[in-house]
Design a protein around this ligand. Structure first.
Ligand code: ATP
Ligand code: MG
Length: 506
């Protein structure tokens, strides 16, 4: 049995809405119209998509027996060697969609790795997401002797440099620390033949684009590139074209589509009432595992303090915390020892925690696409979930309109529920991070921002801010005094830094 995919040649410049079984490629919509025959893979599992046999057992052990639509549609093209732009909803299996073909190809390689090189590079916008992707890749390649490394800010560089010394098959990195280590000749990307941008629209927005371009330029000219996301605003999509060569666009659902299994509701609440309303809502035991998103770090701290004061089991994750504190909060939430995670948009993208029952938007995000990613932390992989947005009608109208434009639907409005039980009052069982710890974290961060010397992407004599710059690149919105988050997944104005690579064969 064969399934027929019609392929149009079309430049990627904007949003395309495609039926499930249509792939679009290339440059000229009118001139070329190809037909590609793919095996019917409905029942053939991953083997029928061309995934190397040695990966099939690990994939099955990871609970993946039947490919998801994004996997079914994008893996064969990647195995064929095509560049790809993959758009599919949150929680729909994009990680395996880009990892499995690369792993398959790496396993088939006979050549030896050179020191400090990486055969494949996967870039992610946040450290936590990079950690998670590397874990997934290790899980999917168990027993296949594939080496992996993680390079990200906020943790020791030494162990990362050591890990890279012999060269690795797959490097997962955040752009800031990677740029630093490439500048310092601790990592050599000249052998990198696979490049993936996960959360591609974020990686191509103002905050990351310069680093990403530099990094891409340092990889092999004939590299294969894959960009994946659940959102792809038009203005960013055109930048994607510059990184891709004759790409296939696979769009399982139009960008910005939210997951049908997630019920969405708006509660009109004036800002000063939000704390009380949130605390009351959380008395509902059905809200078993909740992530509360705030727009700012300051807001996240305030909400966390309030919930702690009310006796809730809560942890916070945002960019002013040390990497250890961030990962500890996330791990506690994943393990179920923390019921409520209060987060900035640092945790909005990609984070895969099974069993989140509710996402609460304490306020609407500045960037409308973030709404899609925030609520996508629930309702993953076919599960159901609920997304509740506390919306101040006097202050958040424009933001709401922007969100509704992206998701192409109106959000239903309902009064906030009254508390179903007494709001618990008493000290939290979770250890609150003290202000001493917080300031020590901050001290460590600023200490680590001191370095000198000409670096990858820097002019001779240019003031070195590699590490702090790396942090700033990750910390894209500098704290503007309004408590706006300055974490690795935020975008905003960034000074253009001149780029000059050290002499290196292209
Ligand atoms: N073929 C499959 N069968 C069963 N489960 C799968 C399959 N593919 C992926 N999953 C599971 O689905 C969950 C979501 O996958 P993943 O994190 O890759 O989603 P995503 O599309 O990257 O979402 P996001 O846009 O939020 O990053 C994971 O827990 C993963 O293990
Ligand atoms: Mg993902």
């Amino acid at each position: 049995m064969f399934q027929r995919f019609v392929v149009y040649r079309k430049r990627i410049v904007g949003r395309l809405r495609l039926p499930l079984d249509v792939l679009r490629t290339g440059d000229n919509p009118a001139s070329a119209r190809e037909e590609i025959k793919l095996e019917n893979t409905e029942t053939g599992g991953f083997a029928a998509l061309g995934i190397a046999g040695v990966l099939l057992k690990a994939t099955e052990n990871a609970g993946m027996t039947e490919p998801k639509p994004i996997q079914r549609q994008s893996i064969p093209a990647q195995i064929e060697g095509r560049d790809i732009l993959g758009i599919a909803q949150t929680g729909s299996g994009k990680t395996a969609a880009f990892s499995l073909p690369i792993l398959s190809k790496i396993i088939g390689l006979g050549d030896k790795r050179r020191a400090k090189t990486a055969r494949a590079l996967i870039l992610a916008p946040t450290r936590e997401l990079a950690v998670q992707i590397e874990e997934t890749i290790r899980m999917l390649s168990k027993g296949a002797h594939v080496s992996t490394a993680l390079v990200l800010g906020g943790v020791s560089r030494l162990s990362q440099i050591k890990k890279m010394q012999p060269g690795v098959d797959v490097l997962v990195a955040t752009p800031g620390r990677l740029t630093d280590l490439v500048r310092e000749n601790c990592i050599d990307l000249s052998d990198t033949r696979w490049l993936v941008l996960d959360e591609a629209d974020r990686m191509l927005d103002m905050g990351f684009i310069n680093d990403v371009k530099r990094i891409a330029k340092a990889t092999r000219k004939d590299r294969q590139t894959a960009l994946f996301s659940a959102t792809m605003p038009q203005e960013v999509a055109s930048l994607a074209a510059g990184l891709l060569h004759d790409p296939v666009r696979v769009e399982v659902a139009p960008q910005g589509t939210t997951v049908a299994e997630v019920t969405q509701v708006l509660h009109p609440v004036v800002t000063k009432e939000k704390k009380r309303v949130l605390s009351g809502m959380l008395t509902d035991p059905a809200m078993a595992s909740v992530i509360v998103f705030t727009r700012t770090k300051h807001g996240a701290d305030a909400v966390t303090r309030n919930l702690e004061r009310d006796g809730y089991n809560v942890a916070a994750i945002h960019g002013n915390k040390s990497q250890n504190a961030r990962q500890r909060a996330l791990n506690g939430f994943k393990a179920g020892s923390v019921r409520i995670l209060v987060a900035t948009d640092i945790a909005a993208r990609g984070i895969d925690v099974v069993g989140i029952s509710h996402v609460v938007n304490y306020d609407l995000p500045d960037e409308p696409e973030s709404y899609v990613h925030r609520i996508g932390r629930t309702g993953r992989n076919g599960a159901s979930g609920a997304a509740i947005t506390l919306y101040d009608p006097g202050a958040e109208n424009a933001k709401l309109r922007a969100v509704e434009r992206v998701i192409r639907m109106k959000l239903p409005m309902k009064d906030a529920p009254a508390a179903v039980g007494p709001v618990p009052v008493g000290p939290s069982t979770e250890r609150a991070e003290t202000s001493t710890q917080r300031s020590s974290d901050n001290r460590n961060r600023s200490k680590s921002g001191q370095k000198s010397g000409q670096k990858f992407g820097q002019k001779p004599g240019q003031r070195d801010n590699a590490r702090s710059g790396g942090e700033r690149r990750e910390a894209i919105w500098t704290n503007d005094g309004a408590g706006r988050d300055s974490t690795s997944d935020q975008r905003g104005p960034q000074k253009k830094r001149p780029f000059r690579r050290k002499s290196r064969a292209a």
